[in-house]
Design a protein around this ligand. Sequence first.
Ligand code: KE4
Length: 429
Amino acid sequence: MNRTRSEALFEEAKGLIPGGVNSPVRAFRGVGGTPFFVRRAYGPYLEDEDGNRYLDFIGSWGPMILGHARPEVLEAIQRTAADGTSFGCPTARESDMARLIRELVPSMEMVRMVSSGTEATLSAIRLARGFTGRPKLLKFSGNYHGHGDSLLVDAGSGVATLGIPATPGVLPEVAQQTLTAPFNDLDATAALFHRFVGEIAAVIVEPVAGNMGCILPQPGFLEGLRALCTEHGAILIFDEVMTGFRVALGGAQAHYGVSPDLTTLGKIVGGGLPAAAYGGRADIMARIAPSGDIYQAGTLSGNPLAMAAGITTLELLKGMPGLYADLSRRSARLASGLVERAHAAGFPATAQSVGGMFSIFFTNEPVTDYACAKRADAALFGRFFHQMLDRGFYLAPSAFEAAFIGSQHSDELVEETLDAAAASFAALR
Ligand code: KE4
């Protein structure tokens, strides 16, 4: 494929923006090569600056579950913008959004809008610490919750267990307050609760992991976290920035039947515009300023255009009762079909899917946590990614990301994708 204009744009961007991108994963460091620059998008397709068209399995990293440039969403944005774009004053539309979120995610009795998933998780963590008066946070290896200091933390080694900074700029004394357990490991989680009695303010978890590839919770894992948090008086935070309205209309908590104390949302809730949210038990949320004493604020929180795009998206999803069954069926077909074609070409592969998200791992061992995911063949993933990209299929540009399908990914497009995968694996033999 000819991508000369993207290559030139990337060279120029690198002199203006760190790494040439406004978010690292876009630079294709996980798969090598030069990222394509998008000129426009429509339905399930992206079109780059050289006129190449790609079937998009990323959807802006989750938001575009109804496809790009959805007419109803564009119309809502245009109509709203005609009356102004930002006021910094309360609007009725923000209550409409909060009411709609509470209807779809009943555990979110009260809701605060923010502008990114990072802002949602760091606010929820501050709230949990303020509400409990406890300092420590427990997270899981391979879960990503945005770039808040408490979250850019690696597991301490062996006996240490206290967190260590995952990046320069995070202070050791901050990182030490974050404990880490392997995803799906209830015993390790319980051991941390027994070691740090009365110190853990919250557990934060991606109820379906999407930032080390798509890794499902083992039966009983989420229920076990719920029981441990209840037993120890810690707050259970489901980070549903990715899984919210993605694995089910009510998110992973509806799909698995486990209710957290707080939930964070992002991506789909903004319908492609910058919006995110955190919310949950009314007694906890009441502590947020100005009703309470725990501070959090944001100039563009509840922005009218983002509310219009998000509300329109959620209302459309509400009106599509069979959508999530279709997404589950198609993502399962993709997952099993990719594995079949990889095996037929002699490559090890396993895959996982739920609702509108899936991942393939180039290993034959079951993948239940980050250590397993890291043992898969990431180099092969990169080669497969580029084979598919050159055939017009844009999969996740990292072995440690999930891929997404939406309402526009028809059965026919799924089969086309599997045909391209067969040709790609044949070319890689
Ligand atoms: P943002 O700050 O990027 O809006 O959200 C952070 C975040 C929080 N929680 C979960 C579960 C997330 O997946 C994310 C962000 N996801 C990444 C993709 N893995 C966004 C893509 C990017 O970083 O550019």
